[in-house]
Design a binder for this molecule. Structure first.
Ligand code: NIG
Ligand code: FE
Length: 424
């Protein structure tokens, strides 16, 4: 095969091979192989495993070889929760919070998400695309090969659809493509927009989402998922239930922002509507955790939020893992609560603040994150037949990826066998 590629010389190849999703103890079973090799052809993994075995494969004879010089190879990282498209930072709010204001106080005063809405509405398509593209390039540089991306800073028909169309352009298959796979989620129900901030306005806005925004997104095939921020000051369980029913009827599966700043019942709703994921969970109760553990819903934890907001409370990772829930990790990249592009940083936080092992953290942002996006059969592990999505790290042991916190050791990222990021 003309385009075959053989990666050898890895000190450790972390395959994540095995059943997906991972629950309980199995989360830490990462399938590490010493001196592993990966054989790639036509963007897919042809063989992965001990070098001597992979080298004997007939395709290997004609393959171009890359010697990784003793580095570590993992599956490409999967970021299952981001708000990728935004127009400006909120560094002023960061400073206000350091001085003592809370996230909710800033939001009530018209800042927070609404300030990002004003900025996005005023931004040109070109400026939004340039910002998102630059972020995707940095994510790829940190090992990320697939990104879920939400709307939610438009909050009206034109700007929500504009954000989705931009995501389509930035995904694979267009001249503006970034190389990173994008999974689009409609989050029109992020907060109630300014035009609807009158008595009864929230329900009117929910009507608008259900009757206009969701159907238009579905008709153009622009979104895979729909999401609702279930929280005081955002949307109620009843409003979310309506949106999810409408989304489901149009083929958009639910994801839920739940139990982030208080316990509101969003996790229970996620189980009820068989959501693909329930995200945040910092305030999840014991009963929530037990019912999530019995469900197929992925629990996506976002430690960057607690870190950036300076909160002591993190999602109860250990309890969820012990209960047998499906846990995943994501950056929640957004300008308000988690302005990071780095999954390795999310892993570092998960390890030290949530007591996940490095292996559990890596599984949570590869195979289980892929599961949360319905892609576990194609991405999230290094196994024959899967897409050749890989990250190469200039470390000797995979545990050093979260250990060296705040420092990026990713040196090469491949998406479907193509190098999309490389340190020269
Ligand atoms: O996931 N919780 C709601 N949405 C974001 C915050 C968005 C913002 O503050 O701009 C989150 O934390
Ligand atoms: Fe979020």
């Amino acid at each position: 095969m003309a385009d075959a590629l053989l990666l050898t010389g890895s000190k450790q190849l972390v395959t994540m091979a095995g059943p997906a999703p991972r629950r309980g103890r199995a989360l830490g079973e990462i399938g590490a192989i010493r001196d592993g090799a990966v054989l790639i052809a036509s963007g897919r993994i042809v063989a992965a495993g001990p070098r001597a075995r992979v080298e004997r494969h007939r395709v290997a004879r004609r393959a171009r070889r890359i010697d990784l010089g003793g580095r570590v190879v993992t599956p490409g990282l999967v970021d299952a929760h981001t708000h990728l498209v935004f127009a400006a930072s909120r560094a002023t709010e960061y400073e206000q919070r350091i001085a003592g204001a809370t996230y909710e106080q800033i939001a009530k005063a018209g800042g927070g998400i609404l300030s990002s809405v004003r900025a996005l509405r005023a931004a040109t398509d070109e400026a939004l695309a340039a910002g998102a593209r630059a972020r995707l390039a940095r994510m790829a540089a940190h090992g990320t090969t697939t990104v879920e991306a939400k709307t939610g800073y438009g909050l009206d028909f034109d700007n929500e659809l504009r954000t989705l169309r931009l995501l389509r352009k930035l995904g694979r298959g267009s001249p503006e493509a970034s190389g990173v796979e994008i999974v689009p989620t409609l989050l029109a129900a992020h907060v109630v927009p300014p035009e609807f901030r009158h008595p009864g306005g929230a329900d009117e806005y929910v009507d608008r989402i259900v009757r206009l925004i969701l159907p238009a997104a579905a008709l153009e095939g622009l979104a895979e998922y729909c999401d609702v921020f279930v929280e005081r000051g955002a949307f109620s369980v009843a409003q979310a239930r309506r949106i999810f029913a409408a989304g489901r009827a149009l083929g958009l599966k639910p994801r839920v922002h739940a139990e982030q700043l208080s316990r509101t019942g969003g996790a229970r709703l996620a189980v009820e509507v068989e959501a693909a994921s329930v995200d945040h969970l910092d305030f999840a109760s014991g009963a929530d955790m037990r019912s999530l553990a019995r469900s197929e819903v992925a629990c996506v934890m976002l430690p960057g939020c607690s870190f950036h907001l300076g909160l002591a409370r993190y999602a109860p990772a250990q309890k969820l893992i012990e209960a047998g829930a499906i846990v995943a990790l994501a950056t929640d990249c957004n300008p308000g609560t988690s302005p990071t592009l780095s999954l390795p940083m999310a892993m570092s936080l998960a390890c030290t603040q949530m007591r996940m092992t490095p292996g559990e953290a890596l599984a949570a942002c590869t195979i289980n994150a892929a599961y949360s996006l319905g892609r576990q059969a194609r991405i999230g592990s290094v196994e024959a037949g899967k897409d050749a999505d890989l990250a190469v790290w200039d470390v000797e042991d995979y545990r050093e990826i979260p250990y060296y916190f705040g420092v990026n050791y990713c040196v090469m990222t491949l998406k479907r066998g193509t190098v999309i990021s490389k340190v020269c």
